[in-house]
Ligand binder design. Structure first.
Ligand code: FAD
Length: 370
């Protein structure tokens, strides 16, 4: 496309910072850059018409790790490392809430419950027996004994008698969070251009030349917040991981409230607007779901429907209203990659399944690298 003199001069000249990706990380990076450098010209490029990765597709759990996840982490990491992971998530959620406000993002501390299937008796017993250890370890972060056993008050079927509940876990309205974040970034004077895909970039001593699907321009600094799509532009250890979701139509008199982790976290569900949102099933086809292409498969969608019918809503009729997928960025390690790639290029990627919790702080930390 041939840009006019005016288009080029107004939108694409003298750019101090260009951020690729308008997910939770990219938008927080933009906010922090504007806070540090109010006079700077900051541009965000986003390939979707809306943010189009994970930040507008997720389940909206404000979570810090279920009990089985923490125990699994304790087998691979030291207690100090696990404490640090949980601490980062906790601080990240406080940062998100303070930044946008609980009312704006509809934050509710309804509790999070790990639900164990009948056939997972051994894991259930291990989690029960390790409750005091985990509570003791994490008291430093939560200032309370966060985990406790709770009866099956929501009438799930084919599960162990009790859940293990995290009293500190909450939920947000993902759409409201992202809408308010976009508005806040625009109000701060940052330009967001949608439907622009960054195809490549080349660095020289004074600037970075960025080539997109529509135009080419120069920027003084480039910050990549492309998460699951990172491998398309940089050689870091981040793999795309697709996650599929469905949501029911409103269910009259729905009693289920809270966020739920099932089958060691391979499935997750919550209440929202009198509906059940359910996602997961990647473990049925890890290889097939290691893709940056959006899409749904009968294998996973059927398993989600079966879990709804047999475990979550066994005695309630329901209809599915909508199905979708999102792309996460995962890797062999749970920590995100936030680092300079050169003097002028920086990245903040690999949020895993915890981007709500850590994304805001990762964005801030990415901006603080420059
Ligand atoms: C189904 C699902 C459920 C989840 N549930 C939860 C949950 O309950 N709690 C939780 O904490 N986390 C959850 N997550 C994870 C969380 O959503 C992510 O960790 C987080 O949103 C990542 O944010 P991000 O900004 O790093 O990436 P993204 O939101 O993916 O943003 C990256 C952006 O970069 C853009 N982009 C990529 N390449 C280019 C390019 N070349 N040019 C221009 N733009 C580009 C993409 O379009 C995208 O908008 C879930 C994820 C999914 C998919």
């Amino acid at each position: 496309m041939n840009l006019s003199y005016w288009e080029y001069k107004t939108w694409l000249s003298n750019i101090d910072y260009t951020i690729v990706g308008s997910g939770i990380v990219g938008l927080n990076t933009a906010l922090q850059l504007k806070k540090r450098f109010p006079q700077a010209k900051v541009l965000v490029l986003e390939k979707g018409i809306l943010p189009q990765g994970a930040s507008t597709k997720n389940a909206g759990f404000a979570c810090f790790g279920s009990i089985s996840e923490i125990l699994s982490d304790l087998k691979k990491h030291t207690e100090e490392e696990v404490l640090q992971l949980v601490q980062n998530r906790w601080e990240g959620i406080q940062f998100l809430r303070a930044n946008l406000g609980d009312k704006t993002i509809d934050y509710q501390n309804l509790g999070g419950h790990e639900v164990f299937l009948k056939e997972h008796r051994e894991l259930y017993q291990e989690c029960r027996s390790q409750l005091p250890r985990v509570n003791n370890l994490l008291k430093e972060v939560f200032k309370t004994e966060a985990f406790k056993a709770q009866d099956n008050i929501f009438g799930f079927e084919s599960i162990q008698q009790q859940y293990i509940t995290s009293t500190v876990e909450g939920q947000i309205d993902t759409g409201k969070m992202m809408e308010s974040l976009v508005a806040k970034v625009q109000q701060s004077g940052v330009t967001i251009l949608n439907a622009i895909t960054v195809e490549s970039f080349a660095e020289n001593a004074s600037h970075v030349t960025v080539k997109t699907n529509c135009f080419e321009f120069n920027t003084k600094n480039l910050l990549l917040a492309t998460n699951g799509f990172a491998a398309e532009l940089i050689a870091e250890n981040v793999k795309p991981s697709r996650a599929q979701v469905l949501i029911t139509k409103p269910i009259p008199d729905l009693k289920i409230k809270g966020t739920f982790h099932l089958d060691e976290g391979y499935y997750y569900f919550r209440n929202i607007d009198d509906r059940i949102l359910l996602g997961g099933g990647r473990n049925l086809d890890f290889k097939g779901e290691e893709t940056a292409a959006f899409g749904l498969t009968p294998l996973i969608q059927n398993s989600l429907e079966e879990i709804l019918a047999t475990v979550i809503l066994p005695n309630t009729s329901f209809e599915i209203e909508r199905r979708w997928s999102g792309i996460m960025g995962t890797g062999t390690h749970k920590r995100p990659i936030v680092k300079p790639l050169s003097d002028r290029v920086f990245c903040g990627v690999r949020m895993g399944g915890m981007g709500i919790a850590i994304g805001s702080l990762v964005g801030k930390n990415l901006a603080d690298l420059v």
